[in-house]
Write a protein that binds this ligand. Sequence first.
Ligand code: FAD
Length: 292
Amino acid sequence: MEHFSYQRAFSIAEALELKQQHGDQALFLSGGTDVLLLIKKGLIHPRVLISLRGIGELRGISKVDGRVTIGSGTTLRTLEKSAVIADHFPALHDAVVNMASVQIRNVATLGGNIVNASPGADSAAPLLIYRAVVQIINRRGEERTVPLEHFFKGFKKIDLQDGELLKAFILDLPPAGAGSAYLKFMKRQAMDLAHVGVGVYLEIDKNNRCRKARIGLATVAPTPIRSQPAEEYLQGRVVDRDSLAAAADLAVGSISPIDDFRGRAWHKTEIVKTFVRRAGMLALKRIEKQEA
Ligand SMILES: Cc1cc2nc3c(=O)[nH]c(=O)nc-3n(C[C@H](O)[C@H](O)[C@H](O)COP(=O)(O)OP(=O)(O)OC[C@H]3O[C@@H](n4cnc5c(N)ncnc54)[C@H](O)[C@@H]3O)c2cc1C
């Protein structure tokens, strides 16, 4: 049985002050769905847990001047129920509705999912295709921002220093004519981590030519990644089943899957091929639906 003290912070400043006092012995706790599992398994041994749940400033979704800010402490359930997320960021919506269970989504947060830094975090590929920017704050109240793409530094490594806290995610609202989707391959249809996760974002003109494409991939590299060759291939081409299939073949060049408990590398590669095309077709269908 692990022993730790539990301290509640009611402001960002208080949370960072507590972290400064306890140093390496302390860990932030948002929903606790990753932290408590790791403690239970004996993989981490924090002496102090600093709960962020009492900090209102970290929660909620706001839409101002073409930008949406999602507080790091916003629960997956809040995202799932948000019309802003469903209408403008459908790939993120696809991801959260398929994560864990309602009970877990009621407490688990977007910030926790990203800071946990799993290559298979379901929110990562959608946030990558929306080019989310991470807002970070330190004890002196100084803020810095990092594109999510650069926030992931390596396997389980992120650009967050000791004494910093992830405050929010900032996303630009996609323009009209944009569509996106996220598909997750799981062995079971419920309560399973992604064996492969694929997000596709498309902007097309009236002739179906691609103005912008972004492809995010989870669980097939040490960090969640984008596939630049596949994105560049689509640029300027008519988006259809054939061009998406060719882009999917190129996406395979960006991945480095391994054999693990989630599946065999060759199988994950096949799923990437199929899911890039399928998620692209779904994104396309969503654009057509907007225009109908
Ligand atoms: C049964 C079960 C099913 C699951 N299914 C899925 C799934 O389908 N897909 C998936 O991606 N994940 C899944 N998870 C994992 C987990 O629920 C998510 O990663 C969740 O979003 C983590 O959020 P949390 O608030 O609970 O994080 P916590 O456990 O509170 O924290 C996770 C990490 O982030 C740090 N942290 C949290 N907030 C901040 C902050 N604001 N600033 C700095 N550091 C912070 C903590 O110190 C800790 O290191 C599942 C977990 C369980 C137990």
